[in-house]
Design a protein around this ligand. Structure first.
Ligand SMILES: C[S@@+](CC[C@H](N)C(=O)[O-])C[C@H]1O[C@@H](n2cnc3c(N)ncnc32)[C@H](O)[C@@H]1O
Length: 293
C-alpha cells in the first residue's frame, strides 16, 4: 500500500471508524466471549445510511483491499461465486436466460460479471456510493425490505456474500424474504449465499479472530462471537503500524440452521427451500440456500 493509498484509507475510515487506545482494542480482542458480546452491541440500524453506519466508504475501502476469506484475490472469489450462480441458473432455467435482481449488490461485482455474460441484471443497494461502480448498468438505491420493483418481474433474486441477517429483529429478515418472493415469477428462484458456518455458530463451536493483511503492514482485524440471538456479535479494527487502531461500529449477523431456513422460507411464501453447505468446519465455508417461488 503506497503512502497515498494509506492516506486514502484513513480518510475513508472516518466517520464510521474511530481511533481507540491500543490497550482498549487489545482488551476487546482478547477478553472472554461474554464480555466481548456485551461490548459489541450494535446500534439499531447499524447497517443503515446514517453517517457512521457500517456499510459506507470505510467498508468499501476495506472490502476493495480485502484478499478474501481463503486468501484468494477478490476477483477470484467473485469468479467462483458467479460460476456457482451460473450452475444454479442452468439447473433451474435450462437454456432460458433468467432476468436477475442482485440485492444488495454493493459495487455490483456479481452484477457486472453476469451482465458481461449477456444476462439482464438490475442491482439494488441501500448505499449510493458503491452503485457508482455498477453504472451505467441499471441499479438504484433501495432497502431490501421495500423494493421499488414490480411484482413477478424477475426470475432470479441473488443475495450474495452474507447479505441477509443484519436486522436486529428476525421479523425484518422475513420482510426482506417476502419482498424477494413478491418480485419473483412463479417458478423463480432466490439464492442466498454465505461463507459462514451457521450450524457451528449455533452450537457455539465457531468464533473468529481474523487478521487480514491489507498491504504494507496495515492489518484488518475482525472478532466474531456467537450470541444467544442466533448469530454473531462482531467488531473490526484497522491497524496501521505504530498507531492506535481504528475501531469500527459493532455489527450483527443472524445465521440460520437448515430448519430455521425452512421455517423462514415457508413464512415468506416460498414453495421449497434447498440448502447446500460445505462439510462442517470447512474453510472457506459455503452455504447456498435456494428458495423456489
Ligand atoms: C456484505 S455486502 C455484499 C454486497 C454484494 N452482494 C457483494 O457480494 O459484494 C452487504 C451490502 O448490503 C447493503 N445493505 C445493508 N442493509 C441493506 C438493506 N436494508 N437494504 C439493501 N441493502 C442493504 C450494504 O450497503 C452492503 O453494500
Amino acid at each position: 500500500m503506497s503512502g497515498q493509498d494509506a492516506a486514502a484509507l484513513r480518510a475513508a475510515l472516518a466517520p464510521a471508524f474511530r481511533q481507540v487506545p491500543a490497550a482498549a482494542a487489545r482488551h476487546l480482542w482478547s477478553c472472554d466471549d461474554e464480555t466481548f458480546a456485551r461490548t459489541a452491541r450494535p446500534e439499531p440500524g447499524w447497517w443503515g445510511r446514517q453517517p457512521g453506519g457500517y456499510f459506507g466508504a470505510a467498508y468499501e475501502a476495506i472490502a476493495a483491499r480485502f484478499p478474501g476469506a481463503d486468501g484468494a484475490a477478490e476477483g477470484e472469489r467473485t469468479r467462483r461465486e458467479v460460476e456457482a450462480v451460473l450452475r444454479i441458473a442452468a439447473a433451474q432455467f435450462g437454456d432460458r436466460r433468467p432476468r436477475i435482481l442482485d440485492v444488495p449488490c454493493g459495487g455490483g461485482r456479481h452484477a457486472r460479471a453476469l451482465a458481461a455474460r449477456g444476462f439482464e441484471v438490475v442491482g439494488l443497494d441501500l448505499q449510493e456510493g458503491p452503485l457508482a461502480m455498477l453504472r451505467p448498468l441499471p441499479c438504484a438505491v433501495a432497502d431490501m425490505r421495500r423494493m421499488p420493483v414490480a411484482s413477478g418481474s424477475f426470475d432470479l433474486v441473488l443475495n450474495l456474500w452474507n447479505s441477509l441477517g443484519y436486522f436486529l429483529e428476525e421479523a425484518e429478515d422475513l420482510a426482506a424474504l417476502r419482498e424477494f418472493r413478491r418480485v419473483l415469477r412463479p417458478g423463480g428462484l432466490a439464492v442466498v449465499q454465505s461463507d459462514l458456518d451457521a450450524p457451528a455458530v449455533a452450537e457455539g463451536r465457531w468464533r473468529q479472530h481474523m487478521k487480514v493483511p491489507l498491504g504494507d503492514g496495515v492489518l484488518f482485524l475482525v472478532r466474531q462471537v456467537p450470541v444467544a440471538a442466533g448469530g454473531l456479535a462482531c467488531l473490526s479494527w484497522v491497524v496501521f503500524p505504530g498507531e492506535d487502531p481504528w475501531q469500527g461500529p459493532a455489527y450483527f449477523l443472524r445465521l440460520r440452521d437448515d430448519e430455521g431456513w425452512r421455517r423462514l422460507a415457508a413464512a415468506a411464501g416460498f414453495r421449497e427451500a434447498g440448502i447446500a453447505r460445505s462439510a462442517p468446519g470447512a474453510v472457506p465455508h459455503q452455504a447456498i440456500v435456494q428458495l423456489v417461488a
